[in-house]
Design a protein around this ligand. Structure first.
Ligand SMILES: [Zn+2]
Length: 220
């Protein structure tokens, strides 16, 4: 047995893994042993910025094109389901990926999906250190997409709080890889552009601020 590979962790490794049990689980769920999950709470400010950009440019076709792309993805998911029902073989992960898309499609509208996905790109642009690796980012994309549909696998009653708690089931890592590709093919290019535009605006605001300060200083 060795020591967990994560810097600062002194726990012994779990089975054949190079990580301890906790970091092994985190790696499987979050795409990196030290990746923290992006919650709705942390993503919300970025979603608001995306919404503001949409409202500022309502006639720009980007939004409707992205919504159409998402609708096309749902149609592909439905087609895959129909093929499966008629006896075509699918891998378990592929089937799970398409079924996830269908579930989200049944619970959220296209603009909600577009907003959440673009917000992830804004967040990464603003706080790159939030994402420990590309895979860590990928997994958060999948988690935020899946969060748009109820995916809980069961409920239990918590004696301590007296509340019913939901237990969420994660996708298998291989399913997450398929979902990541579908999400990035659908929204990735637009996500990068919107993030760059936001960055340019932030830079411009900062430059304007600096110019004002310099001008005020020159007045004195
Ligand atoms: Zn560890």
């Amino acid at each position: 047995m060795g020591i967990c590979k994560v810097p600062g962790c002194s726990l012994v490794t779990n089975g054949y893994s190079t990580y301890c049990g906790t970091h092994k689980r985190c790696n499987r769920r979050q795409g990196h042993p030290q990746q923290k999950s992006v919650t709705l709470y942390t993503l919300r400010p970025y979603m608001e910025r995306v919404t503001a950009r949409i409202e500022k440019n309502p006639s720009n076709p980007t939004w409707s094109i992205l919504c159409d792309r998402w609708d096309a993805l749902i149609a592909s998911a439905q087609a895959a389901d129909a093929e499966y029902q008629s006896g075509v073989a699918f891998s378990r992960n592929e089937r799970e990926a398409w079924s996830n898309i269908e579930k989200v499609g049944n619970s959220a509208n296209a603009i909600q999906v577009v907003t959440a996905m673009l917000a992830m790109y804004l967040m990464r642009n603003d706080c790159p250190h939030q994402f420990k690796s590309e895979e860590g980012f990928d997994r958060q994309l999948v988690r935020r997409l899946r969060a748009l549909a109820p995916h809980y696998s069961g409920e239990y009653y918590d004696l301590h709080t007296g509340k019913t708690k939901r237990v969420y089931r994660d996708t298998r890592p291989r399913t997450a890889v398929i979902l990541t590709k579908l999400i990035k093919d659908t929204f990735g290019a637009a996500g990068l552009v919107v993030a760059r535009l936001e960055q340019q605006e932030i830079n411009k605001r900062q430059n304007d601020q600096k110019a004002l300060q310099e001008a005020l200083h020159a007045l004195a």
